[in-house]
Structures are given as structure tokens and as C-alpha cells.
Design a protein around this ligand. Structure first.
Ligand code: ZN
Length: 281
């Protein structure tokens, strides 16, 4: 199955239905369609690995590892959302960030309002988000190593499913489970005005707001005895980081982890891959 079976968010986005028990949906992109469209049409994600791993018994040294990754600014080398907001709306996105830091706005509401500023056509917005993305150094090798060892990787992001799936395919990244948002365009062809439909698996939280907390996904996916590594960079990653055995953090999240004395290391997928030896069994 794939990670999400909700109906498409807009008339021009289509998502194929998952085959029961199927793990992979990976098709060659068609050059006649935009990359954003390809991302929406051909999910790459897989789920159900836990059952396979359990059946494999103790042959998989990383079977107890759950790697929990943010996408924007964590799996990518830069903050793609910020780059694209700046391109399309200038500095208008920035005051919302100040509101978050001051505790006046949740990170989820902030992102929704920022997206609401954009008036560009859907394909242009999604295409810019894809173009801004470059996988972090060592990400592909880390994902492959976790997968080879029988571990699980889940990417949990407020970012858009269409964008993330397209980036994953463009760079040939190993399959992961994906929990992401839908960009909903209320205008013609799914265009502006935009808002965000967050994944319903996010949970309620006084800090993140109702139905916006990533930690609920962690709790749902964590099994007894699992070691959980959280990779992130922002305020929305703090709740899962609080429940992690180890955090790989950069930017704002590293400051938050330090302030709360959480066990954390600088975000580095090359170092994380080397550290897999610490959790192999
Ligand atoms: Zn939370």
C-alpha cells in the first residue's frame, strides 16, 4: 500500500490507487508531462515494511531502527519553501515567521498563510519548489543503507506530496514512507488562491495546534524496542525530537534540542550512515 489513499486535492492532480499489499509504485517519468504532475501521479512510497521485517527475523541488523525525517531543509540542502516564497511574494512571507518565533502563530498556520500569499499558477509554484530542491549530501547512501539493513524510513513533512515525490524520482532516491501535505488550489486548474491540506495522520498538540503535530506519526509507527532517530531543522520537528533516542538537527531545531538537553548531533547524513553501526544488532 502507499502512505495515503485520500482523493486528489485538486482536479488536475491524480493519484493512483494503491494495490493491496503492493510495495512499489515506480514508473519512468514521461517527458510530455511536467515534473510536478509526474510527482502527483506516481507515488513512490511504500508502507508495510514492518511486516516484512518481522518475518525476516533477526537477519536484518537495522530492523529496530526507525529513521524519521523532515523534508525541507533537512533532506534538502536549503530551505526550498523560503527560496520560492521569496521569489514569488518578496518579503511578505517573513512576518509570519516572526509571529511563530513570538508564539503568536503555530508553524502549521504560518505555512498555510505563506502559501496563501502566492498567486502564481499551480505548475509554476510546484515546478519552482522542485527546482529549488537538491538532496542533502549523503542522503541517498544513508537511505539505501537503512533499507538494506531492514530499517524503516519515514519522511514527515508539511511540504507537498507532489513536490517530494518528484524530487525523489528525479534524484533516484531509495523508496521511503511519506506523510506529506496537499496543495489545494481553489481557482481554475487547481490554481490560486491556495491553502494547505495537512495529512490527517498528524496529531493534536498544544504546541503545534490541532491536527498538525508530527509526533503522532512517530507514535503510530514506533514499535516496542525500536530505536528512533529524528532528522530535522525546524520548530515542527521538536515534538518528534522530544520522543527520539537521537536527533540529527540543524538550524532552529539544534538550538531547541540544546535548550531542552535532548540527545542530538549536527545534521549530517554521512555521519548518520557511519553511526548505523551503533544501532546494528
Ligand atoms: Zn506537537
Amino acid at each position: 500500500m502507499i502512505a495515503d489513499d485520500r482523493p486528489p486535492a485538486a482536479p488536475n492532480t491524480t493519484r493512483p490507487r494503491a494495490e493491496p499489499g503492493g510495495a512499489h509504485l515506480h514508473e519512468e517519468p514521461s517527458e510530455t508531462r511536467s515534473r510536478a504532475e509526474q510527482g502527483g501521479a506516481h507515488p513512490f512510497v511504500e508502507q508495510g515494511g514492518a511486516r516484512l521485517h518481522a518475518e525476516a527475523g533477526d537477519a536484518r541488523p537495522l530492523r529496530r531502527l526507525l529513521a524519521f525525517l523532515d523534508y525541507d531543509g533537512t533532506a534538502t540542502t536549503r530551505e526550498c519553501n523560503e527560496v520560492v516564497f521569496q521569489e514569488f511574494v518578496g518579503d511578505a512571507w517573513r512576518p509570519f515567521e516572526d509571529d511563530v518565533r513570538a508564539g503568536r502563530l503555530s508553524h502549521a498556520e504560518c505555512f498555510d498563510r505563506q502559501v496563501g500569499l502566492v498567486r502564481a499558477p499551480r505548475a509554476k509554484l510546484l515546478g519552482a519548489l522542485v527546482a529549488a530542491a537538491e538532496p542533502a549530501p549523503g542522503l541517498a547512501a544513508f537511505l539505501a543503507a537503512v533499507r538494506a539493513g531492514g530499517g524503516r524510513v519515514i519522511v514527515v513533512s508539511a511540504g507537498f506530496r507532489e513536490v517530494i515525490t518528484t524530487v525523489w524520482r528525479r534524484y533516484g532516491l531509495p523508496p521511503v514512507e511519506l506523510v506529506a501535505s496537499e496543495l489545494v488550489g481553489e481557482g481554475p486548474n487547481g490554481g490560486p488562491p491556495y491553502h494547505i491540506e495537512y495529512d490527517p495522520r498528524l496529531g493534536d498538540c498544544p504546541r503545534c495546534g490541532p491536527a498538525h503535530c508530527k509526533a503522532a506519526v512517530l507514535r503510530a509507527r514506533r514499535r516496542p524496542g525500536d530505536t528512533v532517530w529524528v532528522f530535522g531543522d525546524g520548530a515542527s520537528d521538536l515534538c518528534p525530537a522530544r520522543e527520539a533516542d537521537l536527533v540529527f538537527a540543524r538550524a532552529h531545531l539544534s538550538a531547541l534540542c540544546a535548550a531542552e538537553r535532548l540527545p542530538w548531533r549536527p545534521l549530517d547524513f554521512v555521519a548518520a550512515r557511519a553511526a548505523l553501526a551503533e544501532v546494528s544488532s
